[in-house]
Design a protein around this ligand. Structure first.
Ligand SMILES: [Zn+2]
Length: 140
């Protein structure tokens, strides 16, 4: 693995590697390299946000009624996809829950997608920070 000297100023390490790697040590131990995250961002904001729940939105466009509530309406493409197992029920429930919460604040679909993405990234960052803290507290 690539390494660098520690910083002269404070003798602390520098972020060098940029991928995560679990290494099996000869004595049976495990060494986990968890590099710092240099950048967390939306790769392509416009595209990224609309693809969060893209398949659900695409399905909804095929519903018979434009204002379909996807519950008992005839010709509902979302219910059809759920029945045929083409749409994951958990994903649908998650979408409904978030949509309901956010619609209560008068947010549009784009804002809902943004919020979903924001929460996803926030959860990833929480996990990353917790892992980093855990390692700092328990390692070396
Ligand atoms: Zn529908």
């Amino acid at each position: 693995m690539a390494t660098q000297d520690v910083r002269a100023a404070d003798s602390r390490g520098r972020h060098t590697t940029s991928h995560r790697q679990l290494i099996l040590l000869p004595g049976g131990g495990l060494l986990l390299d968890t590099p710092g995250i240099r950048e967390v961002g939306l790769i392509d904001a416009d595209e990224g946000l609309s693809t969060v729940f893209d398949n659900i939105e695409q399905l909804a466009r095929n519903c018979r009624f434009r204002d379909c509530g996807h519950t008992t309406e005839p010709g509902c493409a979302v219910r059809g996809a759920l029945d045929e197992g083409l749409l994951d029920a958990d994903r649908w429930a998650h979408f409904q829950k978030l949509s309901g919460e956010l619609a209560a604040f008068g947010l549009t679909k784009d804002r809902i997608a943004q919020e979903v993405e924001r929460r996803r990234v926030a959860a990833l960052q929480r996990g990353y920070r917790a892992t980093k803290k855990h390692l700092r507290d328990t390692c070396c």
